[in-house]
Design a protein around this ligand. Structure first.
Ligand code: GLC
Length: 555
């Protein structure tokens, strides 16, 4: 009757269809083709309350180290240690803060997981160590498929122990991905997960402590079967051929612990999440400190093992807006540590788009600039007036005492970090309809500029707040009345709001990396009187809310 608030979670890794009243008679129909769907119904006082109960059910979030909240630079196409070092040096020379660099598939020997290309990265251990002394972490990509190549120990062991997915006939299923023909580890079995997780020792032995799991839907370029039946050339790598993909997923099988065989089609959506579980559990055994881990595909519950990035977006204003819309949804699903490819993956990012995108990413836990091979080079220093980029990224570092504290508090309380306006201002009908403003932690509201050519935007304030304008040097705070206002936001500035009676601790200076940032030396912005700051060494596994201390604002 419209009076009851409840949440429904349709827990199934199979394909689910939601018909949101297409007949117009008020009926929502949810259907699933595979058996075993488990429906959770959660009664609550309001939507936020329902989400909090849901987060309580699915368990606590993965906790990344402090450095993972720094700025990361990535690109598909970095070919060697020298090239990555040049990118890092450029950031350092221009004073653009940077904490990590991602190594895409070219660090590997012929795109084979758990290998390093010795020509391009001749002394990896030393390289990892050198970069660390500069406050820089290296983050290798790891793909789901294992290249079919006898003699490769991971492949050989997988074959010998029967760890790969099989085809209808029971032979190991073959699919083409980056390294050519591969087999997919059968992550549905605990034994296989344990084995796969152990393989990360290859990386941790090199001193690496950040990882990026990819192609784990799993993504398939081609299969033998498809090669035999497909029209020549038409399909390779083409992502929009749904029927063809479905045929692939129906064609390969997992073996469950009790020996039952199940087609990937019936459990498809859990595969990537289980790869992340395998790596997270492995890394927990291998490392005595927190590590960075994020995945392209995941599933409810896998937020316990790693974060998520939103996959291959593009350098468009539409995608920037999508990034803003995705953040509360991901948080509702427990994926607090998430973010998009800043600047966009496909296509060419112009200066304005990248600056506006960075101003959004300042507030998303994962803040990584990533772009595809063949697109315009997207490192900040490639654009005119790099100091403008430095200004925006420096805001991230000044805000880290707050962002890190709020993230950790949210994660430890099994709550959200980025919330939709509706959750913060229950009962405010205007706030309920706004999707392009967000709440970040308990004190901040953001209203980013998301339109090309816009000099500013309209902002709705449900309550009086402090308007903070960051110009790259200082924070200028002014009181702002409740209601709607028009603001101007130059490309090299960022405007955000501090909620009534709240505080935001900011670092007194920015830093080249989080290693040089003092999160305890803060200034308090806003009109509140006290702030509970979570603080630790940035890598301990022993995190608890007891690490919070109360900061008082001098009257
Ligand atoms: C996939 C990933 C992308 C990566 C590329 C090459 O498209 O989503 O981030 O750069 O593969 O590894």
């Amino acid at each position: 009757d419209g009076d009851r608030t409840f949440g429904a979670f349709f827990d199934t890794p199979a394909r689910v269809a939601f018909d949101m009243d297409s007949a117009g008679d008020g009926t929502i129909t949810v259907s699933c083709e595979a058996p075993g769907l488990c429906l959770y119904l959660i009664d609550g006082t309001d939507a936020y309350n329902v989400v909090k109960q849901f987060l309580g059910i699915i368990g606590p979030s993965f906790l990344p180290p402090l450095w993972a909240f720094g700025y990361g630079q990535s690109r598909w196409g970095y070919k060697s240690d020298k090239e990555i070092r040049r990118v890092a040096d450029k950031h350092r020379a221009l004073g653009i803060p940077l904490d990590y660099l991602c190594m895409d598939i070219d660090y590997m020997d012929r795109y084979i997981d758990f290998t390093v290309n010795g020509h391009r990265f001749p002394a990896m251990t030393q390289y990892v160590e050198d970069m660390k002394t500069k406050g820089l972490h290296l983050v290798p990509i790891v793909d789901a498929g294992i290249k079919i190549e006898p003699g490769n120990p991971v492949y050989d062991e997988g074959i010998q122990k029967g760890y790969f997915c099989t085809n209808r006939e029971g032979e190991n299923f073959q699919a083409e991905v980056w390294p050519g023909m591969t087999h997919f580890p059968d992550f549905l079995r605990a034994e296989v997960r344990e084995w796969f997780g152990e393989q990360y020792k290859f990386y941790t032995d090199l001193g690496l402590d950040g990882f990026w799991n990819d192609m784990n839907e799993p993504a398939i370029f081609s299969t033998e079967y498809r090669a035999k039946t497909a029209k020549p050339d038409a399909e390779r790598g083409d992502p929009v051929q749904p029927e063809r993909h479905i045929a692939d997923f129906k064609d390969f099988f997992h073996r469950l612990e009790d020996g039952t065989r199940v087609s990937n089609y019936e459990v498809h959506n859990i595969y990537g999440g289980l790869m992340t579980r395998a790596s997270g559990e492995g890394l927990d055994r291998l490392l005595d400190r927190r590590y960075l881990l994020f995945s392209r595909s995941s599933y409810i519950g896998a937020h316990r093992y790693g974060g998520i990035w939103t996959g291959d977006n593009a350098s468009t204003w539409h995608m920037l807006r999508q990034n803003v819309y995705h953040m509360p949804s991901l948080n509702m699903c427990g994926f607090l540590f998430s973010g998009a490819d800043t600047g966009g993956f496909g296509g060419n990012a112009g200066r304005e788009l990248l600056l506006r995108w960075l101003a959004v990413s300042v507030f998303t836990p994962l803040m990584r600039n990533h772009s595809a091979l063949g697109t315009r080079r997207q490192e900040c220093y490639r654009y005119q007036n790099p100091e403008d980029f430095k200004a925006v990224i420096s805001l991230r570092y000044r805000l880290l005492p707050y962002l890190y504290s709020e993230f950790m508090k949210a994660a430890l309380r099994q709550d959200m970090f980025i919330l939709p306006m509706a959750f913060g201002f229950l009962g405010d009908e205007t706030a309920r309809r706004i999707e392009d403003q967000l709440l970040v932690g308990e004190s901040i509201m953001i209203a980013p500029v998301l339109e090309k050519g816009a000099l500013g935007r309209k902002v709705y304030l449900p309550e009086p707040m402090t308007e903070v304008r960051w110009d790259g040097e200082e924070f200028r705070c002014t009181g702002a009345d409740a209601g709607t206002r028009e603001i101007t936001v130059p490309l090299n500035e960022v405007v955000f709001y501090i909620r009534k009676d709240c505080l935001v601790p900011v670092a007194k200076t920015t830093a080249a990396s989080t290693a040089e940032l003092d999160l305890s030396d803060v200034e308090l912005l806003g009109t509140g009187t006290a702030y509970r700051q979570y603080l630790d060494d940035g890598y301990t596994k022993d995190c608890s809310l007891e690490r919070c201390t109360v900061l008082q604002k001098e009257p």
